[in-house]
Design a protein around this ligand. Structure first.
Ligand SMILES: C[S@@+](CC[C@H](N)C(=O)[O-])C[C@H]1O[C@@H](n2cnc3c(N)ncnc32)[C@H](O)[C@@H]1O
Length: 263
């Protein structure tokens, strides 16, 4: 398994928790729309710090089942219990349980994979006939938007996209997700795309965004893509009480496994 970001980075837990805080409400809303209810069996693939898995466990209750899998389960293991179980696995190398789940979910994982198609097919097979697969990944087409204009923002965003492009990371992946769902044989495919505003919060800044830049900063500096002044200016933007920028588009797409062959 290859991963452009460093799981051992000292603030990786904080980075993942901030992502979760930013996107969990939208994920919960979509899952409720798909009918998530007591007794459902749910899978979260690449579950990170477990925000979605915990939401699943609350919704499905004691008669349901939640399986949270990740290549790195250190943040998930303390959550195991009741309907929630945790399994360490590389989803590119090992098959998921087949035909079992009412809802299979994955967020911000497939965009990191050099070859996501077989994993989408594995997720489709993990759904029971009639079950849902909900995939959520980013598309970075919105990230240059900022007001007022800022050369430091432009330099940092360009450097970030350059660093991401060097790894097995597809910054256009979001737009491809509905097509991958259809190619995996799923029906009734729908899509929602949301670019969250990154508000200028004078106290909190925008941790989900800033921590990604912080993690990659040594690489950006070493490659000469930015200097320390650019990074300082970038961080000040989110606390200046005036700047408005946009995060990457979060593309959420979902489809249903056919009830019977040929249905
Ligand atoms: C950016 S985090 C997203 C976490 C969570 N899905 C969320 O949205 O809050 C990506 C997660 O995918 C996991 N991951 C990456 N490649 C994986 C693989 N091949 N198999 C299983 N998990 C993987 C990482 O360990 C990490 O926890």
């Amino acid at each position: 398994m290859t991963y452009v970001l460093d799981p051992a980075w000292h603030a990786e837990r904080a980075r993942l928790e901030n992502i979760s805080a930013l996107y969990d409400p939208g994920t919960a809303e979509l899952c409720d729309r798909l009918g998530l209810a007591p007794g459902w069996r749910c899978l979260d693939a690449g579950a990170g710090t477990g925000g979605v898995a915990r939401m699943f466990a609350e919704r499905v209750g004691p008669d349901g089942e939640v399986l949270a899998v990740d290549a790195d389960t250190r943040f998930l293991e303390p959550l195991a219990g009741g309907p929630l179980s945790v399994r360490r696995m590389d989803i590119t190398a090992e098959p998921l349980p087949e035909g079992r789940f009412d809802l299979v979910h994955s967020r911000l994982v497939l965009e990191h994979l050099a070859s996501p198609e077989p994993v989408v097919r594995s997720m489709a097979r993990a759904a029971r006939p009639g079950g849902w697969v909900l995939l959520e990944d980013l598309d970075w087409s919105t990230v240059r938007a900022v007001d007022p204009p800022s050369p430091a923002h432009e330099r940092v965003v360009t450097a970030l996209l350059t660093a991401l492009a060097a790894g097995p990371y597809d910054q256009c992946f979001g737009r491809k997700v509905p097509r991958l769902l259809r190619a995996a044989g799923l029906r009734d495919v729908s899509v929602r795309a949301v670019s969250l505003p990154l508000p200028a919060d004078p106290v909190a800044g925008q941790p989900a965004w800033e921590l990604l830049v912080d993690q990659l900063a040594p690489r950006l500096l070493a490659a000469g893509l930015v200097d320390e002044d650019d990074l300082d200016a970038f961080h000040r933007l989110w606390r200046d009480g005036d700047t408005l920028g946009f995060g990457p588009l979060m593309v959420s797409a979902w489809g249903r496994r056919p009830d019977t062959a040929g249905a």
